[in-house]
Design a binder for this molecule. Structure first.
Ligand SMILES: [Zn+2]
Length: 95
């Protein structure tokens, strides 16, 4: 097995470019890359072993947003356009 050296090219996930791209090895520990530099944007970050980062919080937010969006899209066509709805109450004046 050939060991990596500084400057060798690896494929890893770049947080800046948000895709798998070629990276140069910037730091090695026990022949394992720990820091890489994106060859596209030049950003240095921890080596992620080519794995896409999964953030549960972000996923939860996205799914919640999708649910709200789906709700809006689902209710919009069903909203009656005729005058069958009761008139909205007049707003209270601010004191
Ligand atoms: Zn990049």
């Amino acid at each position: 097995m050939s060991s990596l050296r500084l400057g060798d090219t690896l494929e890893d996930y770049c947080l800046n470019c948000r895709r798998l791209l070629d990276h140069a090895v910037a730091a090695l520990v026990n022949d394992q890359p720990v820091k890489v530099v994106c060859r596209t944007c030049g950003r240095e970050h921890d080596f992620k072993h080519g794995q896409l980062p999964v953030r549960k919080q972000k996923l939860a937010k996205v799914s919640a947003f999708d649910q709200v969006l789906a709700g809006i899209l689902a209710t919009q066509p069903a909203a009656p356009e005729t005058g069958s709805e009761p008139k909205p109450k007049p707003r209270k004046r601010k004191p």
